[in-house]
Design a binder for this molecule. Structure first.
Ligand code: FAD
Ligand code: SIN
Length: 514
């Protein structure tokens, strides 16, 4: 198991009943995107809800590209696995009646999101760690960075990792990538610093196909104050009535989108940037019209973070702006987490099951990690097999990077380039320039990845360059605007040419056994 967020932990909990499980986790075991999740976990458990309604909202948000069998698995198994989570002791908020309380978030047709105040991921992590701790057959290696997959006879048979004591190699009957997201590829992000796309980089060098990496979700409301971290101001706040204001104190969202503040994230993010450009002033999120005691009680974690940056969440308007939040694409899998390399599975944010299509519905990713983590565990008990998306993926030829390697960049340089040229909006000439640069960096860095022994900082940089390059190449290929991918030179959705998933495989990895 590589990773100890919701996907890795849920898989480990089942697998340990069948054999020995080793969890490698590159930082403190609780440090993960899961640990920072705020708004909640969506599942069709509330009054008036059904898996069909949940599926319809998920598919609408996915903008024509959801793999519908994967969506059905998510919403149907989601009911079962969230109930199991509650039974395992996850303490979600309840109404005075004792029933579970459901929150509302953007693009959901009704209240569907279970939450533990504004620290839902921490509570889910606590419940899952308790389950895993009961299993004597689980060993956790902390501060252990997986740096290479072992590929033998075309199968994944283990991994190498590095820690303070050196390099280690472990063999395994199956390997699950549960390495989470890649927000740190971009200068502005809501993600913790562990989110450097390592799973995609490991899979790329192991020869597995990656898909849909042009689809990155930019959350509209990260704290945007000089010197303060880009702390997330949850969409659940807008679900509870928070409004977006320009510097003149006017609500502006309905001028851009009929659904106003609760339009899908890509649309709200772009509207914020347009209004910022129109006025030349910051944009604010405000709960000033709501009961201050209720605001502080419902959003205690966010209130504390705002206070540290000098804002009272209940009485001040808080400056916000978009930041990279979630990657819809990743390592291609089937409905059981199997990648195109037998023995290698992926679940959670690192995976591309196609369940989110071009844009993820809010609070569907904790659910994805839970459901597909559990399913991957079942598949890991079977003989190794290759999987693939249940919809055809158009494979484009992989490319080896520039023939003349460039200077090795700093991490900040790469993240700046990704933010300015492969960020919220994209267009051909800046994408082409970015790819030229990323190709040269990739050529400079890859020999070290293949040889092994890179420092933690260099491996991190290599991962950011590797996945960043794949994102930029994918963004250039997709000449349309769809979901999280916005091309200013192709502003419309083009179903004739681009209603397809596009994947790429590292041609240099073919035939190279590690
Ligand atoms: P993660 O939880 O990110 O775990 C990845 C693990 O892999 C970590 O343990 C990491 O250390 C480890 N790892 C990575 N690389 C290596 C390596 N090379 N070697 C060893 N270990 C490695 N989603 C929702 O559904 N609802 C929400 O309310 C919500 N709020 C969010 C708020 C914030 C601020 C953020 C950042 C995300 C939020 N999301 C939310 C998204 C969601 O939290 C993540 O998509 C989800 O938790 C990912 O889970 P995961 O198990 O795939 O990965
Ligand atoms: C949020 O609370 O706004 C984040 C929810 C998510 O990413 O699904």
């Amino acid at each position: 198991m590589i990773g100890s967020g919701i996907a890795g932990l849920r898989a480990a909990a089942d697998l340990a009943q069948a054999g020995d499980v080793l969890i490698l986790t590159k930082a403190d075991p609780t440090e993960s995107n899961t640990g920072y999740a705020q708004g909640g976990i969506a599942a069709a458990l509330g009054p008036g809800d059904s898996p069909d309604l949940h599926a319809a909202d998920t598919i609408a948000a996915g903008d024509g590209l959801c793999v519908e069998p994967a969506v059905r698995v998510l919403v149907e198994d989601g009911v079962r696995y969230t109930r199991e989570l509650v039974a395992a002791g996850a303490r979600f908020d309840r109404e005075a009646s004792g029933d579970l309380a459901f929150g509302r978030e953007g693009a959901h047709g009704l209240r569907r999101v279970m939450h533990a105040a504004d620290a839902t991921g921490r509570e889910i992590g606590r419940a899952l760690w308790n389950r895993v701790a009961e299993q004597s057959r689980v060993r956790v290696e902390r501060n252990a960075r997986a740096t290479r997959l072992l590929i033998r006879g075309g199968r994944c048979v283990g991994a190498s990792y590095e820690d303070d004591h050196g390099t280690h190699t472990v063999e395994a009957s199956a390997v699950l990538l549960a390495t989470g997201g890649a927000g740190h590829v971009f200068r502005e992000t809501t993600n913790p610093s562990i989110a450097t796309g390592d799973g995609v980089t490991l899979a790329w060098h192991g020869g597995a196909r990656v898909a849909d990496l042009e689809f990155v979700q930019f959350h509209p409301t990260a704290l945007s104050a000089p010197g303060a971290p880009r702390f997330l101001l949850s969409e659940a706040m807008r679900g509870e009535g928070a409004v977006l204001l320009n510097a003149a104190g006017e609500r502006f969202m309905t001028r851009y989108e009929e659904a106003g503040e609760l339009a899908s994230r890509d649309l709200v993010s772009r509207a914020i940037v347009q209004e910022q450009q129109r006025t030349g002033q910051p944009i604010y999120l405000s709960m000033q019209h709501l009961d201050p005691a209720w605001v502080r009680d419902r959003f205690p974690t966010i209130a504390a973070a705002c206070l540290a940056a000098g804002f009272d969440l209940a009485t001040d308007r808080v400056p916000v702006g978009p930041a990279a939040h979630y990657v819809m694409g990743g390592v291609e899998t089937d409905l059981w987490g199997r990648t195109t390399v037998p023995g290698l599975l992926a679940a959670g944010e690192v995976a591309c099951t196609g369940v989110h299509g071009a844009n993820r519905l809010a609070s569907n990713s904790l659910l994805e990690g839970l459901v597909f983590g559990a399913r991957a565990a079942q598949a890991m008990l079977l003989p190794p097999e290759a999987g693939r998306l249940t919809e055809a993926v158009v494979e484009v030829p992989g490319c080896q990077g520039a023939s003349v390697p460039g200077e090795v960049p700093t991490e900040a340089t790469v993240r700046d380039l990704m933010w300015t040229s492969v960020g919220l909006t994209r267009e051909r000439s800046s994408l082409e320039a970015a790819i030229g640069q990323l190709d040269a960096w990739y050529a400079a860095i890859t020999p070290g990845v293949v040889a092994g022994g890179l420092t933690a900082a260099d491996w991190r940089l290599a991962s950011i360059v590797t996945i960043g390059r794949q994102m930029a190449r994918a963004a250039l290929r997709r000449e349309e605007t769809r979901g999280g991918h916005a091309r200013t030179d192709f502003p419309a959705r083009d179903d004739v040419h681009f209603k397809v998933h596009i994947g790429e495989r590292n041609s240099g990895a073919h035939g190279r056994e590690t």
